[in-house]
Design a protein around this ligand. Structure first.
Ligand code: NAP
Length: 259
């Protein structure tokens, strides 16, 4: 299917690897020019060069911490006039409800709620002027089904979800669609970081911890960055015109509910 977005420009945050990279790759495959971002310049430059080489699109790499106001300004400057925005950043650490104080919450809210909001505020006026735009926020399955040890993530991402629910309905009349993509477990460094403590606690290998978790997923497998990127590219397509303010869960059926 031709998604009808060749020649458009997308900002894809936190995209040198993992789910952000999957989104960047799927958009590049559709002929979308990219502004990619990560904190470590070397791996980001390599990823950008690889995407340019394989897809022939323009790729501008902006090495910065997107959760800081300075980083957001850098990304927005490089992505002036962007048609598509994919927000993403690393997730907060796991823990127990009693571990976290105000500063921990402020950090999580800054990274996973206020950063996407600032980027949307930066990009959407230009999209509204053009009468076309797509925003995809990478959140988490924890928005629909809280993960007890990810209290910081649950809090910040649910706040973002509330903001998007209202804002998406304010901007849709201008051809700007905001939706959220909710990853369940995907095979990335983040998955290893979450499986590591389980392996340690049970005295088993990382591979065995993963097998245990895979057995709980109806597909019996983790998602991949490619699976995730394909869904992102679709939400950025012309065909997604009527999809507004939705929370699409990609979890291999792992979360049990009827609707
Ligand atoms: P990942 O494999 O660890 O990749 C993270 C990417 O983001 C890297 O390119 C990293 O590069 C970049 N990054 C991290 N923090 C950044 C920052 N502050 N500024 C700019 N770039 C940053 O993570 P992932 O699995 O793709 O996860 C992406 C998001 O989805 C995270 O918020 C995660 O919590 C959430 N999520 C993931 C899963 C899963 O199973 N993978 C499930 C639910 C939710 P640098 O390190 O060089 O900055």
């Amino acid at each position: 299917m031709d998604l009808g977005i060749a020649g458009k420009t997308a900002i894809v945050c936190a995209s040198s690897k993992g789910l952000g990279h999957g989104c960047a790759e799927a958009l590049a495959a559709e002929g979308v020019h990219l502004i990619v971002n990560a904190r470590s310049a070397g791996p980001l430059a390599e990823a950008a060069q690889d995407l340019r080489g394989r897809f022939g699109v323009t790729v501008t790499d902006v090495a910065c911490d997107v959760t800081t106001p300075e980083g957001q300004a850098q990304v927005l400057e490089a992505g002036q006039g962007a048609d598509i925005l994919v927000t993403n950043a690393g997730g907060p650490p796991p823990g127990l409800w009693s571990d976290w104080d105000r500063e921990d919450f402020i950090k999580a809210l800054d990274a996973n709620m206020l950063t996407p909001i600032a980027l949307m505020k930066g990009c959407m006026p230009g999209m509204i002027d053009k009468g076309w735009g797509r925003v995809v926020n990478i959140t988490s399955q924890s928005v629909k089904a809280p993960i007890p040890q990810l209290g910081l993530s649950n809090s910040a991402r649910t706040g973002l979800t509330g903001y998007v629910a209202g804002t998406a309905r304010q901007v849709a009349q201008h051809g700007v669609n905001i939706n959220n993509l909710l990853p369940g477990i995907h095979a990335t460094d983040r998955a290893n970081a979450l499986d590591g403590p389980v392996a340690e606690a049970k005295g088993i290998s990382l591979e065995d911890a993963r097998k245990l978790r895979e057995a709980t997923i109806p597909t019996r497998s983790y998602g991949t960055a490619e699976d995730f990127g394909a869904a992102c590219a679709y939400l950025c397509s012309q065909q997604a015109r009527f999809i507004v303010g939705q929370n699409l869960l990609l979890d291999g059926g792992g979360t049990n509910f009827t609707i």
